[in-house]
Every structure is written in C-alpha cells, then in structure tokens.
Design a binder for this molecule. Structure first.
Ligand SMILES: [Zn+2]
Length: 99
C-alpha cells in the first residue's frame, strides 16, 4: 500500500501533509518524540543554527557527514542508519494499529 498523504499525522494537523522520506525525518508530529530520543532533533537544530537547509541536513545525515562538512566515523554512520530504521518503525507503529 502506497500513501500519498502521511497517515500518521492526518489527525494531528489541519492540512494533510504529503508523505515523503524527509517528512518523517524532519517534521512529522507523530514522530517528534522519537526524533528527540534519537538525537535527530538536535542534529536538525544544529543545521538550522548554521544556516544550512533541511535538505542539506537530510542528505548529510544519510550520507554520513556532519554540519562542518567532515565525514563522521563508521560507528556514527552505522548508528545513524539504525536511528533511521527505528524512527521509521516507531512512526509506522503510530498508525498501523489503526488500520
Ligand atoms: Zn506525518
């Protein structure tokens, strides 16, 4: 099943939100708690503070760069992969139950 609109936050926001991979990473209110727990919020905030775009933050997070353009160590890169999986899992759990 493919969703065009985010199924997790349709009841949380007045306007429907287009579902993209970045939506869950950056802004889905249903994933907010998990983003904080996984340190993704801090990561996004550091990019905002540095005047970098959210698109750059997403790209760097996935590709293993940090805000100063340096490559992160392998452990950090792997743990980001884990964090993304965990974020997606817990996001899916917020709405899969309702089906
Ligand atoms: Zn959403």
């Amino acid at each position: 099943m493919r969703h065009t609109w985010c199924p997790a936050c349709s009841h949380l926001t007045p306007a429907r939100t287009k579902l993209t991979s970045r939506h869950v990473f950056e802004s889905c209110p249903a994933a907010q708690e998990e983003r904080i727990k996984l340190g993704i919020n801090v990561f996004l905030t550091s990019y905002r503070a540095a005047g970098r775009s959210a698109a750059a933050a997403f790209f760097d997070y996935v590709n293993g760069f940090q805000v100063d353009g340096e490559k992160v160590c392998m452990d950090e890169h792997l743990s980001r992969g884990e964090a993304l999986l965990q974020l997606t899992d817990s996001w899916a759990a917020t709405w899969e139950m309702q089906d």
